[in-house]
Design a protein around this ligand. Structure first.
Ligand code: GLY
Length: 370
């Protein structure tokens, strides 16, 4: 059976899918959200860092990453009008420690994004517990968002949108996991039929592929999506030891509200395996204790893993498919899905409504891989 037509089908209920769905609802569109809860989904597993320089230093898209970061304050202010769930945002800067003398001299040189070199004593003034004899760089305005609270806030906002739309014209409908897509007509104006794993069909004028590492599993895509799951393991400590994020050799540190610290993350190409390992737990703990000795004798009280959707160039795949413009890609965000969620949501809502996004997103175009 084919369900009634929506304006937009959003395939994937992680951070990108939820943010895209909400952006479309806020433009007055009706949305069907195809939610998939997969073991190892990356959105709740991430650390929430907004690190456009540290995570994108060699990328031609660094300016886009910075623009994406700077959307966050207004994005959360708008979300706060739709949801009472508080979402912590820190823009206290991220410290990137030098790994060796060569890197320290390179980091002293100017680079994009207002980095500020700090020697060991300056760093100790910023973060009392930090041991960093080689110094490092303070990336001003970078920081972190509490991605777990954010997911709850988006859910609340979406449910609110669903509940408060007139029942004959619900703005948001939730559906089960999608199995594949097909065209509802021949030609470039074809809409999209989404088939669910339990055999339902839902038609929409446009569909958005936002299923992270699972996106390539959808049948009927007009191109192969070169997205690979890359496992990141994280550990959590029940103490606060820093006031801002720190990237050190072998580990990064993110302070969380409520006096917690989370530390990540490994990069393991192990397929769709979200299990955690004693080796990663030990190596992350040893790496962080080397620059934050206060954690040496504190046992992690949590340990988890997520599967990042990683592309060959670590940039997302974003935009209408050139061979099927009703199908819009919003996936493959690699190490920067949280950073780029507000930008992705706004751009997709623009494409769906026939507008041109405010940014030149050519570096993310879906047909860049041959
Ligand atoms: N953005 C941090 C990570 O992917 O581990």
């Amino acid at each position: 059976m084919t369900a009634r037509t929506a304006d937009v089908a959003v395939i994937g209920g992680g951070l990108i899918g939820r943010a895209v769905a909400l952006a479309c609802v806020r433009r007055g569109l009706s949305v069907t959200l195809f939610d998939t809860r997969e073991p190892g989904e990356s959105s709740p597993a991430g650390a929430g860092m907004l690190a456009p320089i540290t995570e994108g230093a060699d990328s031609p898209a660094t300016r886009l990453f910075i623009a994406g970061r700077d959307l966050w304050p207004a994005y959360l202010a708008a979300l706060a009008e739709l949801s009472p769930v508080p979402v912590a945002l820190s823009r206290a800067g991220i410290i990137a420690l030098s790994h060796d003398d060569a890197e320290a001299s390179a980091q002293r040189a100017p680079a994009p994004g207002q980095p500020h070199w700090q020697g060991a004593s300056a760093l100790a003034e910023l973060e009392a517990g930090l041991v960093a004899p080689l110094g490092g760089v303070l990336h001003l305005l970078d920081g972190a968002v509490d991605n777990v609270a954010l997911l709850r806030a988006l859910d609340h906002a979406l449910d609110h949108a669903a509940l408060h739309a007139p029942s004959t014209d619900r703005r948001l409908t939730r559906a089960g996991p999608a199995a594949g897509v097909e065209r509802t007509a021949i030609g470039p104006t074809a809409g999209v039929r989404v088939r669910t794993r339990d055999g339902q069909s839902h038609d929409a004028a446009s569909a958005v592929v936002a299923a992270g590492a699972w996106s390539p599993h959808l049948t009927g895509l007009p191109r192969t999506l070169p997205i690979e799951p890359v496992r990141g393991e994280m550990i959590g400590f029940p103490v606060a030891v820093t006031s801002r994020c720190i990237y050190g050799p072998g580990a990064y540190v993110v302070p969380r509200p409520g006096g917690r610290t989370i530390v990540g993350a490994t990069m393991d190409r192990v397929g769709f395996d979200p299990t955690t390992t004693a080796t990663a737990r030990r190596s992350l703990h040893e790496a962080v204790a080397a620059f934050l000795p206060a954690l040496t004798n504190v046992e992690p009280d949590s340990h988890w893993a997520g599967l990042r959707p990683v592309t060959p160039d670590f940039l997302p795949i974003m935009g209408p498919d050139p061979d099927w413009p009703a199908l819009i890609h919003a996936t493959g965000h690699s190490r920067n899905g949280i950073l780029l969620a507000p930008m992705t949501a706004a751009a997709v809502a623009d494409w769906v409504t026939g507008k041109v996004p405010a940014w030149d997103l050519t570096p993310f175009r879906p047909d860049r891989f041959k």
